[in-house]
Design a protein. Structure first.
Length: 89
């Protein structure tokens, strides 16, 4: 799977059929992996905490935590602090 941004991906977590990824300047990226057995992965959503750019450098999201029962996702951004987000229902 190749995303449409050039940011550096790291610290990924699987929760049910989603893969939550910290992607430095591209923010939190969420991929639907429900059909990964057929090599189909698609982006389900994102939250960009560093909207300046999406290039490969060490700014933006350091880590994400998608395991709260409430559905809230914690995003730690090196430059901008803590973000708490939740997908629209």
């Amino acid at each position: 799977y190749f995303a449409g941004v050039y940011a550096i991906d790291h610290n990924g977590y699987v929760k049910e059929n989603n893969f939550f990824l910290a992607s430095y300047t591209a923010g939190l990226r969420v991929s639907d992996i429900s059909e990964i057995d057929t090599k189909k992965v698609s982006e389900a959503g994102f939250f960009d905490t560093y909207p300046t750019d999406n290039i490969a450098k060490f700014n933006g999201v350091w880590n994400v935590y998608p395991f709260f029962e409430s559905g809230v996702i914690a995003i730690h951004d090196i430059d901008n602090g803590l973000f708490l987000v939740k997908a629209a229902e």
